[in-house]
Design a protein around this ligand. Structure first.
Ligand SMILES: [Zn+2]
Length: 274
């Protein structure tokens, strides 16, 4: 459950009046291995994203309060906005909403506002057009990826979800790796490692997770999770997991090391113990 109030602003690109939700608070009910905090009902990340219905400029409330130069506005309208008609992968259909989903009146706005994952993808394109830092572009793509496991995006056909997941995750990893080259916060190493594992980039995943484990900082539960995830990366397992599955129920048990285990070591420049 989340709480918000509504204010109206002018779109910084086309001046169309747009309603923004100013968020109060939300309550988490768990966490996935890539740090998405699960919530009951509408998720806070879905409430934080906004799209201008006229020019499709998308972003957080703060993005709608930016001052954007006339030249950048013109460029967005002429070059970027026309391209925001298409999703990153075709074809898209309106998600099948299970009768039991109980989304109620929220469904009414679907035709006017794109699905939250598309809004975040457009927010990434908007951030790119405004030359915002790579980490901010990557964060919008990460949220697009997260939205795929939340209704209504999660009701899209499985093959569409798979294709979108690949598209968002691959670009998120690219942008985050570029932006985080000099980042000192160890949590980013954990997150990048886990995103790479989920995307099947097992060598990169192992490299980031090892660096996280060698780092003196970082939350203890993330260290415990990283040990498990490193084993999964070595086994080339890209399965999506929750923190609870990793820490308590036991992730898919890796086979004991010994019989040439860790099939990926041969691909890596350094040894596991280095
Ligand atoms: Zn606009």
């Amino acid at each position: 459950m989340i709480v918000w109030s509504t204010i109206e602003v002018s779109c910084p690109i086309c001046s169309h009046r747009t309603r923004l939700r100013e968020l109060g608070s939300g309550f988490g009910t768990g966490q996935d291995s890539d740090l998405l905090v699960r919530m009951a009902g509408k998720h806070i990340i879905q409430a934080e994203i906004h799209t201008c219905h006229k020019c499709r400029f998308s972003g957080y409330p703060a993005d709608f309060k930016r001052t954007i130069s006339p030249a950048a506005r013109r460029r967005f309208l002429e070059v970027v906005s026309p391209r925001l008609r298409e999703p990153p992968v075709a074809p898209r259909t309106t998600p099948e909403r299970p009768a039991s989903a109980g989304q109620g009146k929220q469904g009414a706005g679907l035709s006017a506002t794109p699905l939250p994952d598309v809004q975040y993808y457009w927010a990434y394109r908007s951030a790119e057009a405004l030359a915002l830092p790579a980490v901010q572009q990557g964060e919008r793509l990460l949220r697009a990826y997260w939205c795929l496991r939340l209704p209504p995006s999660s009701y899209l056909p499985p093959d569409v979800v798979r294709a979108l997941k690949k598209a968002y995750l691959t670009r998120a990893i690219e942008r985050l790796r570029e932006g985080l080259a000099f980042e000192r916060d160890p949590s980013w190493l954990y997150l990048l490692g886990e995103l790479c594992r989920r995307n099947g980039n097992f060598v990169l995943a192992a490299s980031h997770l090892r660096r996280f484990l060698e780092h003196e900082g970082g939350a203890r539960y993330l260290k415990l999770a990283a040990v498990k995830l490193l084993e999964l990366a070595r086994k080339r397992i890209d399965q999506d997991l929750s923190m609870e599955e990793i820490l308590y129920d036991g992730a898919p048990e890796p086979k004991p090391l010994g019989d040439g285990a860790g099939g990926m070591e041969a691909d890596e420049p350094g040894s596991e113990e280095a």
